[in-house]
Unconditional design. Structure first.
Length: 347
């Protein structure tokens, strides 16, 4: 029922297609030539070829099946049969008539089978295109959500860093100052000195945490000084030999671009500190005409990027961050040579 329901609207659409009518004109021409040949008795001496003229109908019928589907092939096949009917009744008899009828039936059946197959492939193609379109929409939405989530994360880091620095650290500093005043008095000095040292460690730790959340040097001085601070801090804490190599002229980057590049470098250095077991790291920032490349290379144990567990090593986060500013992100790794690369072009 659904096939019939879909058939007639499609057939009406074909009636407005010039190619469909050209096929029907070709059918009429073949039928006319067929009838003329047999009326003139051109095949009287070679009766075994009486099926040859009917076989020519396969050309327009298969063309209609391949280009118009069932709504084009079925009417064309029936049209061939209708135009051949007078020829069958008047010019053929006995086994010849049966042969022509069987050939026409095969013609219509074959055209229907080909057309149904073509229609299925067309529907499958439309379904795949629709699925790809919806997948692209979902991916675009997901990318938008990721961008919003990362921006919200950065805003929250900035807010938390400010609150810790402006409130918590200041309160600890006041407490430490008061404690230093007490230290001038005699008695319990050793215990007070221990508390004083503990407070100082807490202040240093919170300040370091604030800088990691949102380094003020990035906002105040820019990308290169922020990278230098990041690497100097890590080298001082871990003893890893770290070199910063800046090549080319300074490029004008937006705050968002600088933040993404810094975060990628920060995550790469976090991986070096906790996973790579490296002794030497080189961070290279290459600035060209409208192009910037960040490379973080280490001589650690390496890993297989294709088999890293989802979410591990922060690779997915680095890639997503890079995509937000239109940068390409690539990781290559083998024992003794791991490189994280970000390419931003044009800047």
């Amino acid at each position: 029922m659904a096939l019939v329901t879909d058939f007639w609207p499609l057939l009406r659409a074909r009636l407005h297609d010039r190619r469909f009518w050209m096929v029907q004109v070709l059918v009429v021409a073949i039928a006319a030539v067929h009838t003329t040949i047999e009326t003139m008795g051109a095949l009287q001496d070679v009766r075994d070829l009486y099926l040859l003229p009917v076989s020519v109908f396969f050309i327009p019928v298969l063309y209609a099946a391949l280009n118009f589907g069932l709504e084009g092939a079925l009417p064309t096949g029936l049209w061939c049969a209708l135009l051949t009917l007078p020829n069958i009744v008047i010019l053929h008899s006995g086994a010849e008539r049966i042969g022509v009828i069987l050939q026409l039936a095969f013609l219509v059946l074959l055209s229907a089978m080909v057309a149904i197959r073509v229609d299925k492939e067309k529907r499958a193609k439309l379904t795949a295109e629709d699925a790809n379109r919806r997948l692209a929409e979902v991916q675009a939405s997901l990318k938008s959500y990721i961008a919003l989530a990362l921006r919200a994360q950065e805003d929250e880091r900035f807010r938390l860093s400010r609150e810790l620095h402006d409130e918590t650290v200041q309160e600890l500093v006041v407490a430490k100052t008061a404690l230093e005043d007490v230290l001038e008095a005699e008695g319990q000095r050793a215990r007070l000195e221990f508390v004083d040292a503990s407070l100082q460690r807490s202040i240093d730790g919170i300040r370091r945490f604030c800088r990691a959340l949102r380094p003020s040097v990035l906002d105040d001085l820019g990308l290169v000084p922020a990278l230098d601070w990041l690497l100097t801090d890590l080298a001082g804490r871990t003893g890893i030999r770290i070199a910063l190599d800046v090549q080319g002229d300074d490029l004008r980057l937006s705050p968002e671009q600088e933040l993404v590049i810094f975060r990628v470098a920060q995550e790469a250095m976090h991986n070096v500190e906790h996973h790579a077991h490296a002794s030497h790291v080189v961070v290279r920032l290459v600035c060209g005409t409208g192009h910037l490349r960040l490379e973080v290379g280490d001589d650690g144990s390496g890993f297989d990027p294709a088999h890293v567990r989802q979410g591990s090593l922060g690779l997915a986060g680095m890639k997503e961050r890079a995509s937000l500013i239109g940068a390409a992100f690539e990781v290559s790794s083998r024992p003794g040579d791991t490189c994280v690369r970000l390419d931003l072009s044009p800047v």
